[in-house]
Design a protein. Structure first.
Length: 391
C-alpha cells in the first residue's frame, strides 16, 4: 500500500487507490477518484471528486465539498468527516469516538450537504447543520445525533440513542431516543415514538404526533392544537400541557398534566400526580390509580371520572362559597357531582358506586375547594359535608 506523507493531487480522469495518508500528508481529489484510502494523521479532500471505501483513522480528516461524493466511509475514533454544501456522503459508518459534520449554504434555499444511509454506532456522533439533510440514517443505541434546523430527510433513532440538540422534525418517524437539553419541535407529519424527554422541551405542532414517550425530570411536552400525543408517561418533575389532544397519559407522583382551553384528554390515569383542567378544557374518563388530584377551574370545564376513592382529590378553583351536590343515576352505576357558587358551576360525571354522604369538601385558601370521598357505613345520613364544615 502506497504511503502519502506529502501533498498529492488527483485531477479529473485520474484514480488513486490503496494508499495510506500519514505524517500530516494531504490528498486532494479534484474531480478524480480515490479508492480504498486509509487516513492516519492526515487529510483527504474530495473537492468535486469521488471517494469510496475510505477509512478515517485517529487524527485523520476527510473533507467533502464542491460537489464531492464519499461512499461507504468508515470513521474510527478520533477521525472527523466534514461534508459541505452540494456534496454528499453515502453509507457512512461512524464508530465510537468518530465524528461527522454535515453543513450547507448559509442561505435557507441554498445547496445542502447530504448524509444518505449509514449507521452511527455507540459512542459515535453525527452533527447535522442548519442547511443540511439526512435520510435513512440509523442512530444506534449509545450514539448521538446533533441537529440544528429543519429537515426534509429521515432518520431512525434506536432505543438508547441520544439527541443532544435539535429543533424540528418534519415528515419523519423517530423511534426511541433521548431528548435532552434543548427544544425539539415536531411539525406536521412528524412522528416520535418512545422518546425520553429530560431537562428539555418538546413542542408537538399541528399535524405532529408522539406516542409512548416518557417525560422525565424537568421535561416539558407541549401538545398544540391539531397535535396528538398517545400513551405518554409523565414522571416526577415532568409536565405535559395540552391544547390539542392527549390519549392515555399516565401522570405519576410529582408529574403534572395541564389541559388548556380547547384541549382534550381521554383515558388519563392519575397515579399520584395532578391533572389540571383550565376553563374551556375537557378531561374525559380520568381514572384514579393512587392518591392523585384532578383540578378543575371555574367556568366551562368538562370532566368524567372513574375509580375516585379514598386518598384522591377533586380540586375546584376560582369558586367562592359554594354548594356541593351529588345526584346518583337510576342504575346506581354513577352520578353527577356539581359545585356551584351562584356565579360559577362545575360538574363531574362519576362512574362507580357512590353515595352523597361519602363526599366531603374543605376550603383551602391556596388551592381552592378540595373534595374527597370516603365510603360510609350502611344507614349513614346522606348529607354532603360543605366547605367551612371541615377544616
Amino acid at each position: 500500500m502506497t504511503a502519502i506523507s506529502g501533498q498529492k493531487i488527483v485531477s479529473s480522469g485520474q484514480t488513486v487507490s490503496s494508499a495510506t495518508i500519514v505524517s500530516g500528508g494531504i490528498l486532494f481529489v479534484n474531480g478524480g477518484t480515490a479508492l480504498d484510502i486509509t487516513i492516519n494523521n492526515g487529510t483527504e479532500g474530495l473537492v468535486g471528486g469521488t471517494g469510496s471505501r475510505t477509512v478515517v483513522g485517529r487524527s485523520g480528516g476527510l473533507l467533502v465539498e464542491n460537489g464531492g461524493k464519499a461512499t461507504n466511509t468508515i470513521v474510527h475514533g478520533g477521525g472527523v468527516v466534514l461534508v459541505g454544501a452540494n456534496s454528499g456522503a453515502y453509507g457512512t459508518t461512524i464508530q465510537s469516538g468518530g465524528v461527522e459534520v454535515i453543513t450547507g449554504s448559509t442561505s435557507a434555499n441554498g445547496p445542502r450537504g447530504l448524509q444518505s444511509g449509514g449507521n452511527v454506532l455507540a459512542g459515535g456522533v453525527l452533527v447535522v447543520g442548519m442547511s443540511a439533510t439526512v435520510e435513512n440514517v440509523t442512530i444506534r443505541s449509545g450514539a448521538e445525533l446533533v441537529l440544528n434546523g429543519e429537515y426534509n430527510g429521515g432518520y431512525t433513532l434506536e432505543k438508547g440513542a441520544k439527541i443532544i440538540s435539535a429543533r424540528v422534525l418534519s415528515g419523519k418517524k423517530e423511534v426511541g431516543g433521548i431528548v435532552t437539553h434543548f427544544t425539539q419541535e415536531i411539525k406536521a407529519g412528524g412522528n416520535v415514538v418512545g422518546a425520553s424527554v429530560t431537562v428539555a422541551q418538546q413542542i408537538v405542532s399541528s399535524g405532529g404526533k408522539t406516542s409512548y414517550e416518557a417525560i422525565g425530570y424537568n421535561g416539558y411536552q407541549i401538545v398544540n392544537r391539531g397535535a396528538n400525543a398517545f400513551h405518554t408517561t409523565v414522571q416526577s418533575s415532568g409536565s405535559q400541557t395540552v391544547s390539542g389532544s392527549a390519549n392515555a397519559t399516565v401522570v405519576q407522583s410529582g408529574g403534572k398534566l395541564v389541559v388548556e382551553a380547547g384541549g382534550i384528554t381521554r383515558n388519563t390515569v392519575i397515579s399520584g400526580g395532578t391533572e389540571s383542567v383550565f376553563n374551556g378544557g375537557t378531561a374525559q374518563l380520568v381514572r384514579f390509580a393512587g392518591a392523585g388530584t384532578l383540578s378543575l377551574a371555574a367556568g366551562k370545564t368538562h370532566a368524567s371520572v372513574r375509580d375516585f376513592s379514598k386518598g384522591d382529590s377533586l380540586v375546584f378553583t376560582g369558586f367562592g362559597a359554594a354548594k356541593l351536590s351529588f345526584t346518583e343515576n337510576a342504575k346506581h352505576t354513577g352520578g353527577l357531582l356539581t359545585l356551584s357558587d351562584g356565579t360559577h358551576k362545575s360538574t363531574v360525571m362519576l362512574f362507580g358506586q357512590y353515595v352523597a354522604a361519602g363526599f366531603h369538601s374543605t376550603l383551602n385558601q391556596s388551592t381552592g375547594i378540595v373534595v374527597t370521598y370516603a365510603p360510609v357505613p350502611a344507614g349513614a345520613e346522606p348529607a354532603l359535608a360543605m366547605p367551612g364544615n371541615r377544616h
